[in-house]
Design a binder for this molecule. Structure first.
Ligand code: C2E
Ligand code: MG
Ligand code: MG
Ligand code: MG
Length: 278
């Protein structure tokens, strides 16, 4: 045991590591429990066009434990991915999203809204993922052309031929694709051309310092120019200031998402915004 290990002994295991493993196990148990209670919920963040009109939303998962502070998806999504819990969670997100689209499509004032959901790599690669999407679309009777799947660069670059084949099957159902966190990975122009994506989502790390960082500004201009030449729609995420919005507008960006237009919020707070702005 570590306790008896003398100097110069290589320890493969130390109390810090044990503590980390314990914390992870506790979190995993809590996440399993959260799935069976109502601690998980979907929040909706508006996406707007150049006139600031709400045209859709991104669904973002929230874990709000009844007896503790909210736990960030940047913490529990990776854990869910490692443990496989993302499979049932991802299916739940898909169902909730399709239910919401069904509600929107039943009302003339919200019929045109597009809803984006995030899809993890292991979820996308499940053998029955396409069937699940197909069945959920059918179950809720939605027009799937208003359902968008956000895939990350790393997802699409790994096993690219299989990914492209699967994307085509999903596109046949009417679903569209946004390439999330664009710019943080290694996608090249030639890869982008091969992928049946509809939209590129500029990562918020480039948007943040747009007004002060010449390199970020150059990257954003390049992404906008390149996407235009490829006929791809571009959305910028993490837009917080009017200054960032103006820069993006002046360089041709078509869609926007960020605190400037609205934070992720429960669905009850969402329709009011649509009616308010639209
Ligand atoms: P993402 O898909 O890139 O989502 C955008 C993140 O930026 C969200 O963080 C959102 O709340 C945040 N954000 C939006 N506007 C602003 C802004 O103006 N300023 C700043 N500072 N942040 C902004 P969130 O909700 O914490 O989610 C983090 C990540 O967790 C997501 O990044 C996504 O990768 C993952 N995630 C969230 N929900 C799901 C889900 O249902 N399934 C899967 N697989 N992943 C999810
Ligand atoms: Mg996203
Ligand atoms: Mg993103
Ligand atoms: Mg991001």
């Amino acid at each position: 045991q570590a306790k008896y290990a003398g100097r110069n002994t290589i320890r493969f295991f130390n109390p810090d590591m044990q503590a980390a493993i314990d914390a992870r196990a506790t979190l995993e148990t809590a996440l399993r429990r959260a799935m069976n209670s109502d601690e998980l919920s979907l929040y909706f963040q508006p996406q707007v066009d150049r006139d600031g009109r709400v045209i859709g939303a991104e669904a973002l998962l929230r874990w709000l434990p009844s007896d503790a502070e909210p736990i960030s998806p940047t913490r529990f999504i990776p854990l869910a991915e490692e443990t496989g819990l993302i499979i049932p969670i991802g299916l739940w997100v898909l169902e909730q999203a399709c239910a919401q689209l069904g509600a929107w499509q039943a009302d003339a004032s919200t019929r045109e809204l597009v809803l984006s959901i995030n899809v993890s790599a292991c979820q996308f690669h499940q053998p029955d993922f396409v069937v699940q999407v197909q069945e959920t679309i059918a179950e809720f009777g939605i027009d799937a052309t208003h359902l968008k799947l956000e895939l990350t660069e790393s997802l699409v670059l790994d096993r690219i031929d299989q990914v492209i084949a699967r994307m085509h099957m999903l596109k046949d159902l009417g679903v569209s694709f946004s390439l999330d966190d664009f710019g943080t990975g290694y996608s090249s122009l030639s890869y982008l051309k091969r992928l049946p994506i509809d939209q590129v989502k500029i990562d918020q790390s480039f948007v943040r310092d747009l007004a002060h960082d010449q390199n970020d500004a150059a990257i954003v201009r390049a992404v906008l120019a390149m996407s235009r030449s490829l006929g791809l729609n571009v959305i910028a995420e993490g837009v917080e200031t009017a200054e960032q919005f103006d820069f993006l507008l002046s360089h041709g960006c078509e869609q926007f998402q960020g605190y400037l237009f609205g934070k992720p919020a429960p669905i009850d707070d969402f329709p009011a915004k649509v009616i308010g702005v639209g």
